[in-house]
Design a binder for this molecule. Structure first.
Ligand code: G3P
Length: 223
């Protein structure tokens, strides 16, 4: 199970890479629109924090030739280990096919259908990123789509992994993983919600109170 962060916020990346076991960071142009700093400056800062964790950066061009040029510019500045995110339309499929021939890491994104995932896998995408919440908003059964993609890849022994994305609550993340997604990319706030509720807080407080009543304010290593 791989856990990635879906953000370009440097402070958020620092915090969650420190607290959690984070496999990498994913971004897209919308995420970048709310981050501070120039494109390359921002990614240099992110790279410094995440070190050898994965970094997924999306191309913005609409034709495959320019997508390749963008990928070359990204990797010239940030290293060939960057995952190039490419939206799955016809130009994107061609771009991914070329990028894989050129030995790039590729993440197929903006996936709403099993058909997109299937085509991305045939051109060798390393990951496909189905958009859980956005599918829900369109009355598409996100769990079924993600489960079907996993089943298809398993049947085909495809090395392409499913990196579920677009989450607005913790249940959507768990729903993706229980139907077999290999990886999820999640905003930090949703990770925090997973381990913060009144039951957990109440248990922690009650254990602490019982300890203090018995041993006072000293901790075990101070006894
Ligand atoms: O990586 C981007 C994907 O997670 C989309 O998220 O919140 O814009 O639907 P959202």
């Amino acid at each position: 199970m791989e856990l990635l962060l879906d953000t370009a916020n440097v402070e958020e990346i620092k915090k969650y890479c420190d607290l959690y076991e984070i496999k990498g960071v994913t971004t897209n142009p919308t995420i970048l629109s709310s981050a501070k700093g120039g494109f390359f400056e921002l990614f240099w800062s992110i790279k410094k924090i995440i070190q050898d964790r994965q970094l997924h950066i999306q191309v913005t061009a609409v034709n495959w030739e320019d997508m390749i040029k963008e990928a070359e510019a990204i990797t010239a500045s940030l290293g060939k280990d960057v995952y190039i995110k490419v939206p799955v339309d016809e130009q994107g499929i061609k771009a991914m096919k070329e990028l894989k021939h050129m030995q790039y890491h590729v993440t197929a994104t903006a996936v709403y259908t099993i058909q997109q995932a299937m085509l991305a896998s045939t051109v060798g995408a390393d990951y496909v990123a189905p958009y859980f919440n956005r599918m829900n908003n369109l009355n598409i059964d996100s769990k079924k789509v993600i489960g079907d993609i996993v089943t298809l890849f398993d049947k085909d022994n495809s090395p392409t992994k499913v990196l579920a994305a677009s989450f607005k609550n913790t249940q959507q993340v768990l729903d993706s993983l229980t139907v077999g997604a290999h990886a999820v990319t999640v905003p930090g706030a949703i990770l925090s919600q997973m381990v913060s509720n009144s039951l957990i807080d109440g248990a922690v407080e009650a254990f602490r109170a019982d300890w203090v009543r018995t041993y006072g304010n000293k901790m075990i290593h101070e006894l």
